[in-house]
Write a protein that binds this ligand. Sequence first.
Ligand code: G6P
Length: 503
Amino acid sequence: MADERYAFVVVSNRLPVDRVVDEDGTATWNQSPGGLVTALEPVMRDADGAWVGWAGLPDAAVAPFTHDRIRVIPIALSEYEIENYYEGFSNDTIWPLYHDVIAPPTYHRDWWDSYVEVNQRFADAAASVAQDGATVWVQDYQLQLVPKMLRIARPDLLIGFFNHIPFPAYGLFSQLPWRNQIIDGLLGADVVGFQRVSDAGNFSRAARRLLGYATTSPYIEVPASDSSPTRRVVARSFPISIDAAAFEALARTPEVQARALQIREELGNPRVVMLGVDRLDYTKGIGHRLKAFGELLEDGRVQVDDVTLVQIASPSRERVETYKHLRDEIELTVGRINGDFGTTAHQAVKYLHQGFPREEMAALYLAADVMLVTALRDGMNLVAKEYVAARFDEDGVLVLSEFAGAADELITSLRINPHDIDGLKDAIMRAIAMPQPERAERMRAMRAKVRENDVAHWSRDFLHALAHVHDGSGSNSQSDPDSDPDGDPLGDLEWTVERPGKR
Ligand code: G6P
C-alpha cells in the first residue's frame, strides 16, 4: 500500500463491499446494496479512486484489493474498538444525540478515546493513499474528526465531509462533553454537507456559539492556526438521493411485477396493503405507526380482512442495549395487535425481521397501496424515495413524517407529525380513501422531484461545490439556514392542508 496514490479518496465507516464467507470457508466480497457506492462508482472510475473503510468484522487485517474497478483499502477494528468506537460512541452517543435524544445518549470517556483513536487510523490511511492535491470525501457521523486530522497531516488536500444523519439544534448538541472537538474536527473540511437546510443552520450556529467563529451563510470563517491559514468553510445542504432510474427499471421488469401480484395474493388479496420498511431503529417511529394502526382496528375504522400492514424491520446494531429493547417492544406490540384482531384467515400485521434484496423491495413497493414513513427523526429516508421511484404506474400514497429530510422535497406526500396519533390515523384513512386522480397527481409531482434530484446529481453537486470552494462559485447560496431554523419553507405547508375544490 505504501506507494499507492489516488486522486480521489472516499472515507466511510463501512466499505462499499461486504465480506461473505462461503460454506467451504472461502471469503468473497459482494457490493453492498447502499446507494453511496452506486453514486460514487462512476466518479471512482473516472478519477482513479480508492475507498477507505471498515470491513465489518473484528480484527480482519485485509490487504487492499480491487473490486469491480474500485480500489478498496480496509481498516481493521478490534473487538474493543467495535464496542467502544462503533457500538459505543458512534451508535450510543452521537446517533441518539443527533436524532433529538429520542433515546438517551450515553457519555463515556473511554468511548470518546476510542473514537479519537479510530478516527486517527482512518485519517492516516486516507493521508497515505491520497496523491498531491487529491480530493478526499469523508462520510458520516462515525468520522467527524477525520477532516481536521487530514488537514493537519496533508494541508494540500481538498477535503469534503457529508453528514448523512441530522445535525441537532444547539440546545441538544451542547450536551456533548466533546462538542468543541467535534465542531473543530468537522471544520477541517473545505465543504461540510448536510441533508437539510436546517441541519446546516444548526451546525453554523454551533460553530458561532461554541468557537466564536463568524458565519455568513453558507460560510464559516475559521481563523488561522498552527496547521493552517485563515479559511472559509462552506456549510450547506445537499439532499442525498437514490439511483431513481435504476430503481424504476427494476420495478418495470416482468419478474418484479409478477412478484408484486404474488405478494398481494399471499397476503390473501386484501383491498388495501400498507407497508413499512425500516432498519429496526428507534428513530423510525415503528411503534407510533403500530399504535395508530392498532387503534384504527380497535375503533372499527379499518377491518382486518380488508387492510393489512406489512412491516419489514431489518436487523440492525443488535448488540446495542437500546436496540435490543426496541426489538422486544415492537415484537410485543405486533403480537398483541395480531392476537387481538387477527383471524385464522387474516393477520393484521405481517412482520418480517429480515433484510431483503432490491428485487423483493421493488415488488413490495409495487404491491403497497400506502407507504408509511413515520420517522421521529431521520436524516433523509431513502425508503420514501425508493417507493416513489418504483411507482412508474403513478399510483400509491406516501404518508411521510415531516421529521424526515425527504419531507423537504416530497411535498405532495401526506405529511404527518408521527407524535400526533390522531393526525396519523386520519392521514392513514385519507390515504386509503384517496381518489385515483389525486393519487396520480401527487405521485407524479414526487416522481419528477426524485428523477431530477437523483444520487448522481447529489454527488455531482457536492463535488462541484468542493472543487470550486476557493473561487467562491461552490457556495450556490441557498436560503439562509439561520433564517429558516426548521428548514420547512412555509410555502410547502400548503400541500398538507385540504385545498378547497382540489381533486
Ligand atoms: C445510517 C447511517 C450509515 C450507516 C447505516 C447502517 O444510514 O447514516 O452511516 O452505515 O445507517 O448502520 P450500520 O451501523 O449498520 O453501519
